[in-house]
Design a protein. Sequence first.
Length: 567
Amino acid sequence: MSSTSVVSPSFGDLALLPAVLSAVESLGYETPSPIQAQTIPALLEGRDMLGQAQTGTGKTAAFALPLLSRLDLTRREPQVLVLAPTRELAQQVAVSFSRYGQKLSGLEVATLCGGQEYREQLGALKRGAQVVVGTPGRVIDHLDRGSLKLDGLSALVLDEADEMLRMGFIDDVKRVVADTPKEAQRVFFSATLPTEIERIVNRYLVDPVKVAIESRTTTGENIEQRLVRVDGGAKLEALSRILEVEPVDAAIVFVRTRAACTTLVEQLTARGVNAAGLSGDLDQSLRERTIQRLKRGKVDVLIATDVAARGLDVPRVSHVINYDLPQDSEAYTHRIGRTGRAGRSGIAITFAGFREGRKVGWMEQATGQKMAEMPLPDESAIRAHRDDVFHQRVIASLTKGADEQRALVERLVAEGYDPVELACAFAALARADEAPIGRLQAPRKERAPRDGGKPAGRRERGGAPSEGMIRYRVSVGHKDGVKPGQLVGALANEGGIEGARIGRIDIRNAFSVVELPSGLPSSILAKMARARVAGRPLEISEDSAPERAPRRRRDDGDAPVRRRERA
Ligand code: ADP
Ligand code: MG
């Protein structure tokens, strides 16, 4: 199916120096971004260039890779000079040059920024730095002192040219451009093109190649971007709640790895969600079939990795959920572009941990839109939502009529039961298989007694299993010298579930009792049962210890394995 295959060249097609190519591959870049694909060939030829693309589209590598490929490392003098508007940007660019050039022996990169010691800068220049990155003020300073010479320069780059002019560096920039040897390549990169830049380009660039990449905000405008603050252990419950409450037609949930994809499909399926996975684990024909099932509504939630979902075009996708954060801003814009297709609107919800503010910053930059922080639906919101869904079902059923129930109801009324009381009883019966609402906080801290101490004490404290959990018995205990950590490790690894989802562990003498999320598929339990700890298989089985029964709540809230109803 053509919609899943977007043809783009590979870095290998770009005639980069092998050492540069290998650095790029070791950094995990898979394919050149559009600005890279379109500018690198001309830059390798030594052409002047005006490149325009939004922030976060990979402009640094677009000029760094070809310019590094053209260096003469035996010549120990400045060959590439990059001007950047701020110290932070200059440092970033310098670091990028070092990373992309990590396999070029003899490469020296000098950073010339204000607010920093001259000594180090002079040292790098003296050692014969071939690449110099700096802010205009300090660069001119070095030119004036004579410590920086541009006679041997083969390329001058103006990065973030628009920002540079906005910050009032126009005269400095003109001066440096004028000081550059005539035959040097001149390269401007900018996110926008104010007329001032056009003017400098026309004046100083010779027959420049102009490349402009359409900004992605056109996709962004019909996509509402939201942010949910949630940390690892609570993400599954957060996702379940969102999928339940949001008006999802179809959703794509992005995870980072194939393994995470498999796990999440199993976890969601166990919770009654109609989910399927799309990752590199599937061959092409299986991927196509999965996408067809999503299109036809046979699957509603697709768990995908970035690579597998590239170019995916399914109009009914109403939501994209970034369960794991994207690697970079390009991946972010690509992911959220899977919704809002065919002129519809879409919703993108990104999970970010409480300490991941910086990444949120670059995602917002990438689309030029702020993400609205969205509170997670709490229990009362979920109950209210379920009431609404049930309310609609009742109304629908009223209009359809349910005359076959009339005799029964009239009999109950004749027996003297109050009609409202009766209706409540019917509603409770009809809703008995609604899933229990899970906890957002994994019960990490209270996992297990360190000293293996007094099991009786623990039992008194927690007579009923934690919410959303079921107790299982495993056949190793104190007599086998087992420690809680070993059990968590074995159950999590064998079962492929997050350690944080394993609840309390109570180690007794001959066996132990562990809490696991309710609704685990039997395939996972079977895998866990085969795990060996302290030389013995765990032989996991549901714990039928009598202490649970008397505590069972009237509302059946701790009922086992309930499938969620699809609204
Ligand atoms: P820009 O200058 O356009 O704002 P950057 O050059 O700072 O963008 O790149 C943004 C991010 O994208 C960086 O984290 C960079 O490592 C990453 N990146 C650049 N090119 C690629 C690529 N081809 N594949 C994957 N990631 C890339
Ligand atoms: Mg940049």
